[in-house]
Design a protein around this ligand. Structure first.
Ligand code: ZN
Length: 67
């Protein structure tokens, strides 16, 4: 059985979607690799802002409880 052929959303190349392929199912192996190589462990900006907002909300909650 041939693997299903997908078109990569990044480079628009066709690739075989093999079972167990790492990364996104709509990205070719090359683009999946380059994406994983980008700064492992560094949080995206959105996550940091969400964390800051959560901390702020927690702080407000505590202050309200004290008063
Ligand atoms: Zn690609």
């Amino acid at each position: 059985m041939p693997f299903p052929i997908k078109v990569c959303v990044i480079c628009k190349e066709e690739f075989e979607l093999k079972p167990g392929k790492p990364g996104f199912a709509n990205r070719c192996p090359d683009c999946s690799e380059s994406d994983e190589a980008v700064k492992p462990g560094e949080q995206p900006k959105v996550d940091r802002e969400a964390n800051a907002a959560r901390r702020e909300a927690m702080k407000n909650l505590l202050y309200r409880k004290d008063s």
